[in-house]
Design a protein around this ligand. Structure first.
Ligand SMILES: Nc1ncnc2c1ncn2[C@@H]1O[C@H](COP(=O)(O)OP(=O)(O)OP(=O)(O)O)[C@@H](O)[C@H]1O
Ligand SMILES: [Mg+2]
Length: 493
């Protein structure tokens, strides 16, 4: 009985999509630098409003086809939220309200006529379509109830936000539902706005990092200044790359931009790791050989996951980090590590063999820059170049780590790579002289040869920092070598 209606409804939708297939859309975007974004060929403009603390909060942005498919319900109208997808340029410019005010009545015969001639039949048609949809949904719900939650089915944001959900539950829901790229925007915003900041834990190039509490759990909040809006947006974008989630990549939770009238607060919420960065950790503690291997293996696994392209609809592009250093690796309670700070990362589009953003020559931290970046001989047209530069930095991080490994009570003090060869805030020129002209690398002490784990680590780092970038190991090779090491029972001697 519902088939003809359903078919015409689908036909209308298909028509809308086909009409838009050839070009992307321009949409109003709150989260974008110039308040405009452009969708890919079959995307949509998104418009939503939500009641938070009794106030209406709106979000307008572009939707990618994958978000439309898996993550976001396009149409909904409830007591606390309302959203809409549309398919023409800047169609999301109108302001939605939860309780729309009644438009002022303009008396006049033509208005009444219009109402009768256009609105009433349209309403009847809508009611018909809605009835059809309800009937189909009724069947579907009964089916779902009988067959439990289908993992392919997008999760309702109100269900996600039920008060007994912990962060772990949310992150689990996020990875088993939808497009695999993160929580729906409204859920992200709701989480961010219910965090209570506790204390500042660090300061970096792009602002402050705070420890915050959400439903009694610790979270890390990176607060960007307004002038670093691009960095905030880029980092949020990279963290929400489809299928990026991995046990050795910092767990992203939410991004939010809150306008308080005079300035905009830009937040990036992630999992909190009380040990802080690997830099902080190695400054404070030494590690056993097992501890070193666990840290080295998890850093290599994180980097191998970043670098790897996974093909398929639920795949991920290859990503190069471009700012790998001990300050951008965080240490978890269980002694493993996660790679953080993806704000400078670049993604590879293997179909067109291009990189997703125009890449300037020298980004990252000078001390960790590969020789080909320092002397500008890097081939920017090849994505492989960026991965190889990451491997050079990985070698330096391994060196910092191995120095703190205590074998028979012996270890070295914590030092940054090239601490003995360049000043504390080295210029590119300082680094170039040492790394490119003199071809120097951090010192590998002789005593590392007397312990198998240290010997292998020493060999690995040498093979990561070759001047010839093509000769360097791949992240996957490093991961495999370290994992063989962890399989050796007696690595202590
Ligand atoms: N998720 C987190 N959990 C716990 N501590 C964190 C977290 N993220 C960052 N920190 C702490 O905050 C500090 C500042 O981080 P941030 O990334 O802003 O700067 P940085 O890495 O020190 O320097 P840079 O700006 O060059 O990356 C880190 O060094 C770390 O100690
Ligand atoms: Mg950092």
């Amino acid at each position: 009985m519902t088939c003809p209606r359903k078919q015409s409804f689908h036909a209308a939708l298909i028509f809308l999509f086909v009409a838009q297939l050839t070009a992307g859309l321009k949409c109003v975007c709150h989260l974008c630098a110039n308040h405009t974004c452009e969708t890919s060929a079959d995307g949509a403009c998104w418009n939503s409003v939500m009641l938070i603390d009794g106030k209406e909060e709106t979000v307008k942005s572009c939707l990618s086809p994958s978000e439309m498919k898996g993550q976001v319900f396009c149409y909904s109208s409830r007591n606390v939220s309302k959203r809409n997808c549309c398919f023409t340029d800047f169609c999301n410019n109108e302001t939605l309200h939860i309780h729309p005010e009644r438009p002022l009545e303009e008396p006049g015969w033509s208005r009444l006529q219009l109402t009768v001639v256009i609105v009433v039949p349209s309403c009847l048609l809508c009611v018909g379509i809605l009835l059809g949809v309800f009937v189909v949904q009724g069947h579907h719900c009964a089916y779902s109830r009988a067959h439990k939650q289908d993992p392919e089915e997008p999760l309702d944001d109100q269900m996600l936000m039920s008060p007994d959900k912990s962060l772990k539950d949310l992150i689990y829901d996020m990875s088993t539902s939808g497009s695999g790229s993160g929580l729906p925007l409204l859920v992200q915003r709701t989480i961010a706005r219910t965090i209570v900041l506790q204390e500042i834990i660090g300061k970096g190039r792009y602002g402050e990092v705070w420890r915050g509490k959400w439903r009694g759990e610790d979270v890390a909040v990176k607060i960007f200044s307004t002038r670093d809006e691009r960095s905030w947006f880029r980092e949020a974008e990279i963290y929400q790359t489809i299928m990026l989630r991995h046990e050795n990549i910092l767990g992203f939770i939410a991004a939010d931009n809150k306008d308080n009238g005079s300035w905009t607060q830009l937040w990036l919420v992630s999992e909190y790791h009380e040990h802080g960065s690997l830099y902080d950790y190695l400054n404070r503690y030494t590690v056993s050989t097992e501890g070193m291997i666990i840290l080295a293996l998890s850093i290599a696994s994180g980097l191998a996951h970043l670098h790897m392209e996974i093909i398929g609809t639920q795949g991920k592009p290859a990503i190069a980090h471009r700012d790998l250093k001990s300050k951008n690796v965080l240490v978890k309670k269980n002694g493993t590590a996660v790679i953080a700070d993806l704000g400078l990362a670049v993604k590879h589009d293997s179909n067109t063999n291009t990189i997703d953003i125009p890449s300037n020559h020298r980004v990252g931290t000078k001390r960790y820059m590969a020789p080909e970046i320092l002397d500008e001989s890097i081939n920017m047209n090849s994505f492989e170049s960026f991965k190889r530069a990451d491997i050079y930095s990985l070698g330096l991080v391994f060196w910092e780590l191995a120095r703190r490994c205590s074998v028979r009570g012996l270890h070295e003090d914590f030092q940054l790579p090239y601490y003995d060869l360049v000043p504390s805030d080295p210029s590119v020129e300082d680094m170039r002289k040492v790394v490119c002209d003199q071809k120097l690398r951090p010192n590998i002490p002789n005593q590392w040869q007397s312990c198998e784990a240290m010997r292998v680590m020493g060999k690995l780092m040498r093979e990561c920092w070759y001047t010839n970038s093509a000769a360097r190991l791949t992240a996957l090779r490093v991961k495999k070598t370290v994992s063989h090491l962890s399989a050796i029972k007696d690595v202590k001697e």
